[in-house]
Design a protein around this ligand. Structure first.
Ligand code: NAP
Length: 303
């Protein structure tokens, strides 16, 4: 057993997947659920995902040697403040939030002496929410990024590394600001674009809108999957990764304007070159084991 008792606060998709992974790999003697929703607590107990489920978050961390915060990014500071007085000396507190700099800013001031805080982010998820949506294999062969600070004890970082590895993840350590910029382009911007495209379709007149839904077999359907993601989680991501998202968005707008100009000027060479280059990125993602190689076989070679 890696830990005697683990408390997971926020038992949604990520929290409940972690509980399932902990159970599957036998990483703790006891799992405690802390969630403000009584309904979530009842579901967690009926699914046998935890030994106890409490709506009183402060009580839920008593005696735990690992506490994982899995609530929306905007709630991390508030939760940390609530649980701080009951944290055990030597305990590790970590989180799974999709933004790192702001989560550290919000939580750091409440971390008591003798408790180790290590921010983390599993790069794994689906568009579904809640305790029923989780599954133990969610983190397998996925990256988990840890963003310890200069003062974080090495032993605690090693323990969290082992924990995520036992859940099936590969670990990368980086600075929180760098994390936010990288995830700004790979995750946050794509979600913003998906929300915009689906929102634009939603604003169309009723007759066109029904045809968009009817003929949505191609790209639009993939955007609707991403745009079905939890609105609370994504509102908090954009409010808390404002700087990086605005910077990436500025670059994106410039590139979009260049494509717009090429279409207006009938510049086929520019369009072809841009589209051929982006195909290489897809191929690199498949080579890195982050997408199904079968997909690549379907793509006709350009040169
Ligand atoms: P989720 O399925 O919506 O679960 C969040 C859970 O936290 C819900 O049970 C929610 O209860 C509970 N909660 C909300 N506010 C709380 C509070 N103040 N105290 C205690 N519990 C609270 O969300 P999720 O997808 O698991 O996301 C959780 C975290 O993981 C977020 O920080 C997100 O950025 C991060 N993350 C998500 C993904 C993804 O793809 N979904 C991937 C990586 C990381 P209610 O239902 O009653 O609101």
């Amino acid at each position: 057993m890696m830990f005697k008792q683990i408390t997971i606060i926020g038992f949604g998709l990520i929290g409940s997947s972690l509980a399932r992974a902990i159970q599957k790999h036998g990483l703790a003697e006891k799992i405690i659920c802390g969630d403000v929703s009584q309904e979530v607590c009842n579901t967690v107990l009926s699914l046998k995902l935890a030994n106890a489920a409490l709506t009183d978050l402060a009580v839920s961390v008593k005696g735990s040697d690992l506490v994982i915060l899995s609530v929306p990014v905007g709630k991390m500071g508030e939760v940390m403040e609530k649980i701080a007085p009951n944290l055990k000396e030597g305990a590790i507190v970590s989180d799974v939030g999709s933004v790192k700099k702001e989560v550290i800013n919000q939580t750091q001031k409440h971390v008591p002496e003798g408790v180790h805080f290590i921010a983390g982010h599993p790069i794994a998820g689906t568009e579904f929410s809640g305790p029923e949506a989780g599954f133990a294999e969610l983190f397998e062969d996925r990256w988990c990024i840890l963003t310890p600070q200069d003062h974080t004890e090495l032993k605690a970082v090693e323990k969290m590394t082992k924990f995520w590895e036992a859940c099936g993840s590969n670990i990368e350590i980086m600075g929180p600001g760098h994390h936010d910029l990288v995830l700004g382009i790979t995750s946050h911007l794509p979600h913003l674009i998906a929300y915009t495209i689906v929102g634009t379709a939603n604003d169309l007149e009723d007759d066109i809108k029904s045809e968009v839904i009817k003929f949505s077999a191609s790209g639009f359907r993939d955007f609707t999957r991403i745009a079905a993601s939890d609105p609370t989680m994504w509102r908090d991501v954009f409010l808390n990764n404002k700087e990086a998202v605005l910077e990436i968005l500025q670059r994106f707008s410039e590139d979009l304007t260049a494509l717009q100009r090429a279409i207006r000027k009938q510049d086929g060479d520019y369009l072809y070159k841009s589209f051929a280059e982006t195909r290489d990125i897809r191929s690199a993602i498949v080579d890195a084991g982050q997408a199904d190689p079968e997909d690549m076989k379907l793509i006709k070679k350009t040169d």
